[in-house]
Design a binder for this molecule. Sequence first.
Ligand code: ARG
Length: 585
Amino acid sequence: MESILQTLHSWAQEAFAACGYDKSLAVVSPSDRADLCQFQCNGAFAGAKLYHKAPLAIAGEVAAELGKNPAFSSVQAMKPGFINMTLNDDYLLRCVNAIAKDEHLGVTQANPPATIVIDYGGPNVAKPLHIGHLRSAIIGESLKRLARATGNRVIGDVHLGDWGLQIGLVIAELEERNPDWDCFSPAFAQGGPVPTLDVDLLSEVYPLASKKSKTDPAFMEKAHRITYEMQNGRPGYVALWKEILRASVADLKQNYSKLGVDFDLWYGESDAEPYIPKLMEILGQKELLRESDGALVVDVAREDDKAPMPPVIVKKSDNSNIYATTDLATILQRQEEFAPNEIWYVVDKRQGLHFEQVFRCAHKAGLVPDDTKLSFLGFGTMNGPDGKPYKTRDGGVMRLSDLLETVRSAAARQIESSEFVAEEDKAQTAERIGIAAVKFGDLINHRSKDYIFDLDKFLSFEGKTGVYLLYTVTRVNSILKRAGVDPEKEVELKTVSSQSDRDLLLNILMTDNAFAHAMEEKAPNYICENAYQLAAAFSRFYNDHHILNEPDPVRKGSWIDLIVLTRRLLLKQLDILGIDAVDNM
Ligand code: ARG
């Protein structure tokens, strides 16, 4: 389906061309003066420079041409050269009814669809999930849903950090505590017995081992040796590693599922290991490897670089692999398995340089075709009220489960005495309100920006919050229920009878534009904004009309259908944000 802006754009192009002006001037946008018109085109200003003519003269000619189209109720040239457009109600109704009939509710589908791998989550095995992992999960999940909703084939990969020094540290500490475990004996053979571990133990061991490694060089060396031996297949370490992975992943799955985040692939850095020899071979063949202080590096700087671009290290002097090695090998693996058109990395923006190096190296070495887009979608930090990265009271890194628990209990307090929520639904409702608050509070900010975690604000029923959206959906549900209407009914709007009614139609029409914008920038905040605008337009409409008491059956039926459609769109937007609605609150 063509979006309203696309349609207006092509009409405006035709009008500019018919008046003898360049088509490219015809850019149409929603009006920034809603009191004057619905849409505007400012092309006459650029035209004035091109054709040495007054902008108002050009705008006048184009407006007269465009005004011949019966879809408009008015097209006006306004000083000093704007073209203001307003559609007539019949045309608005026709467009909105077409959206209601469309299986994608008017959201333009990619043609052809792209295959996109999204790398998000990025938790590290054996370390508990902390709030640093929250944004990647929330933003990545939303981008995955957005890319799917716009018709693409999308594969979400958690890309576990499961192969690095942190594993060596944990194993080293376990070995010091339990030297008698079979898996530590050099004679341990594959298939031998390994103790069952649980996450509580791991989350106690990791921070301790990490701390110890900083003051105890012998311990650090041991952890390095273990990491190296594990990566080179020593059976006892590999067996223990698999057990650490099992325990950790079970816990991660539980945490992510609480957040409403799920992955198609639970691959980790270790899954790229088999691709490292091939990677080194390609880099060697293309003569990209250079020795530097015993390490092997690839130069990725370009002449036009404004900032220094260090070479990327692919083998350290002790022959071990590092972060960049795994990321490059993972690209090879993804190319082989999915031949994606794009790979998106939803990672803390502080890792931007690493990814720039990796992408340049991948293209230079031809690991992916030239037109494969590798995109780093960096995100900012979630800060506390003091504007510094969010911490626990004692200044530590906060575990994700603790944060979610804080939010859940605040949401539970909020609905504790609510007469609208049945006692047996309170637990799930509180859970969902909490998640909605956290996710919307995050996603409403452009992903690249830092933001302040402000629970009171996030839980407010007013303003741009997830709670306001959930609340709006419950109001929509309640009115449909009172009207005895099946929310799945077919929609056919018949009339427009007020300004707030018309505004709601216009908001519905702008949904596709929000999806397109969000995809273009790979930023879900445009969906948040659009969902909020739709909810606010609904609230105005709802306040202005006595829907259930309306005596005119055509008008009442049309309003009901408008509400049914609004509900569908709100739910669709919430779904993109990864937010589940609640029945009552
Ligand atoms: N595990 C990494 C970290 O905690 C994030 C992984 C991001 N993805 C990647 N392909 N490197 O920083």
